[in-house]
Design a protein around this ligand. Structure first.
Ligand code: C5P
Length: 299
């Protein structure tokens, strides 16, 4: 195989509850992830020159960063170490998912790079080990190795696939000027230290509600703190509802806000109401479709 092309999809969190601060400094989550069709594009091919070359297009800030910082580079580097493989590899990453918006773009790129790299090299890593390696790159990476709809617990890196829901149209509004660094959003929560997880009543409430989430009952614990810092984000949420969204919610730790619409046409019409922001009309992506598309296109 000479070249692999693979999409890296964005995610939304249909529910996101934060139980408290863990002894390791991370937060204990209960969340339901869902992949959506907005995606970056990765192309991986073999190179004569040893090492990993990565070029990033479509995001000036990311293109300007040292490549070693990029999660795609780190993901492939980790796999090469694991497999004791030093073949040269070139990677092109075309960014469409805006960064710092709670849509999981960087983590998704990392997962897609891992899947793409394994496809290109024809090598295998046991899925449990791959999930473990993903988790050490970022808490959201294990989810993107599975896709569809899934329950995430622990740091959000312990993943339990859930049955898919009926396809939904989603409008993502990404405010041009508001970028929320994830560690800041967690800090603003001022969450209590976690004591006895198993007895936490919030956990039980979540377990009951999560199985029944069919796209209704969206919830995000970040909304209070993040909306307080950026009142415009709650205005965007209100505007989405006013423009016909059946539900609207802050995406992850923000700053994007999502609206669920009865049809793509209605989502497109609503997008007109956000002339200052970047908008993306997309749909939920089932696990079956995700896995089909993530197998990558070999050229
Ligand atoms: O794992 P990831 O690099 O995506 O996490 C970014 C930051 O978000 C962490 O350094 C931490 O500050 C915060 N975080 C957290 N609890 C989680 C996930 C992330 O506190 N479950």
């Amino acid at each position: 195989m000479k070249e692999v092309r693979i999409p890296a999809f964005a995610k939304i969190n249909l529910r996101l509850e934060i139980l408290g601060k863990r002894p390791d400094g991370y937060h204990e989550l209960r969340t339901i992830f869902q992949t959506v069709s907005l995606h970056d594009d990765l192309r991986l091919w073999r190179a004569r020159k040893p090492g990993i070359s990565l070029s990033v297009v479509g995001n000036a800030a990311l293109s300007g960063e040292p490549v070693e910082k990029n999660l795609v580079y780190r993901a492939v580097h980790a796999l090469q170490q694991e497999l004791k493989d030093s073949d040269g590899i070139e990677i092109e990453l075309k960014k469409k998912i805006p960064a710092g918006r709670g849509l999981g773009g960087g983590s998704s790129d990392a997962a897609a790079a891992m899947i793409g790299y394994l496809g290109l090299s024809g090598k295998k890593v046991a899925s449990e080990r791959l999930m473990q390696m993903g988790a050490s790159l970022g808490a959201d990476v294990p989810f993107f190795l599975q896709g569809g709809r899934a329950l995430g617990i622990g740091r959000g890196d312990e993943i339990y696939p859930l049955p898919d829901i009926e396809k939904k149209s989603v409008l993502i509004v990404s405010p041009a000027d508001i970028h929320v660094p994830t560690p800041d959003a967690y800090r603003w929560l001022n969450a209590p230290e976690l004591t006895k997880t198993a007895e936490n009543p919030k956990l039980w409430k979540f377990c009951v509600s999560s199985w029944s989430v069919q796209g209704t009952g969206l919830w995000n614990d970040f909304e209070g703190a993040v909306f307080q810092h950026y009142p415009r984000l709650s205005e965007i949420k209100r505007e989405l509802l006013r423009r016909g969204a059946t539900e609207a919610l802050l995406a992850g730790s923000g700053s994007a806000v999502i609206g669920v619409f009865p049809s793509p046409a209605k989502a497109r019409r609503a997008a007109v109401g956000f002339p200052l922001d970047e908008t993306f009309v997309c749909e939920t992506v089932s696990r079956a479709k995700y896995n089909r598309l993530m197998r990558g296109r070999s050229v």
